[in-house]
Design a binder for this molecule. Structure first.
Ligand SMILES: [Zn+2]
Length: 334
């Protein structure tokens, strides 16, 4: 029995931010650019891999929220290492990554909110929840102004859309690179054990959202726990919603996902699910963009058949995956 591609987790501990940046800059194969300083004066770097001028770009970012979400910095940057050199992974997983690299380039911002990382809060140095500070999801989506206006609120939207330097750096990077996909990584609550994803522009991307979840469930041996997918009209100022409304190099909107890997998990499991989710989002985007018969994720579906989780056929159908409230009752540690 073959195993679906997956990326194993790893253990790590929180380092001083400056040491983390040193680690980012040491990852081979990537081009670093200092995007600017955070509100509190910490360096924020953007990284690119491959020919961004001539190959569609896939964008991934971490740590828009600080506090317990600091862990995203580690598994997002670990994925950057694997993207350059997947030789340490299982052969099917490495092959999937090498195949993606023949058609795409990549943009990563592994630490979007160093103030939150350093100060151990969700917000940046101005007390703004950056994931409420992005602009309107034009043309037919949420408005920034729908977010909380009270500076004491944990989800304070800021004085204006893109009032914060951190969201400006992301905005300018995305507009410059015009990615075909946009992935914003989180670890939701500090207690939550499970994963979920909020998908923007659901109707437009429904088939591949379904594929993404189906394949990810098989790869990590569990199914989602939460309120995926997401309605573009319901939450304002979110990075993922804004990103989904930009224009990609293909003249379409990017395929956007806000992914949450359980904040209550040990880091090894959180990083396993998080990095595998990054891979499967990329595969599902490729399946949507590449002409048949090349889509890898379709091949994976054929190869591994129905959704089997821990030896049981998943109760989650592809329609169910599109709805809220389904269960994640079983997890068997690998
Ligand atoms: Zn978050």
């Amino acid at each position: 029995v073959k195993t679906p591609p997956a990326i194993p987790g790893f253990t790590f501990e929180k380092k001083p931010y400056a040491d983390l940046v040193t680690d980012f800059l040491a990852i081979p194969g990537w081009t670093a650019e200092l995007l600017g300083l955070s509100t509190d004066g910490h360096e924020i770097y953007g990284f690119t891999y491959g020919d961004t001028a001539n190959r569609p770009v896939m964008h991934v970012q971490g740590n828009v929220h600080g506090l317990h979400e600091w862990r995203t910095c580690y598994w997002v940057s670990k994925f950057m290492e694997y993207l350059h050199n997947p030789a340490g992974l299982a052969s099917d997983t490495a092959a999937a990554i090498e195949d993606l690299k023949t058609r795409y380039s990549f943009s990563f911002i592994p630490a979007c909110n160093p103030d939150g990382y350093v100060s151990n809060v969700y917000q940046n140095g101005n007390g703004v929840n950056l994931n409420r500070n992005f602009g309107d999801s034009a043309p037919a989506g949420a408005k920034w102004e729908w977010g909380p206006a009270d500076p004491a609120h944990a989800q304070y939207r800021g004085p204006s859309a893109f009032s914060e330097v951190e969201t400006q750096y992301i905005r300018d990077r995305v507009i410059a690179l015009r990615p075909v996909s946009f992935m914003d990584t989180h670890t939701w609550s500090a207690e939550r054990q499970g994963f979920t994803s909020l998908i923007s522009r659901v109707a437009e991307h429904e088939p591949l959202v379904s594929e993404f979840h189906t394949e990810l469930m098989k790869a990590v041996g569990m199914w989602p726990d939460g309120d995926a997918p997401h309605n573009l009209n319901e939450s304002s100022g979110l990075a993922g919603n804004w990103g989904s409304a930009t224009v990609s190099s293909q003249g379409k909107t990017p395929i956007s996902i806000t992914f949450e890997s359980g904040g209550g998990w040990p880091v090894e499991r959180q990083s396993h699910v998080g990095m595998t989710a990054i891979l499967y989002h990329m595969l599902s985007v490729d399946a949507a963009l590449a002409p048949p018969p090349s889509p890898l994720i379709t091949g994976i579906t054929r190869a591994w058949g129905p959704v089997m989780v821990n030896g049981l056929e998943s109760p989650v159908t592809r329609v169910d995956v599109m709805q809220s409230g389904y269960l994640m009752p079983i997890w068997t540690a690998p």
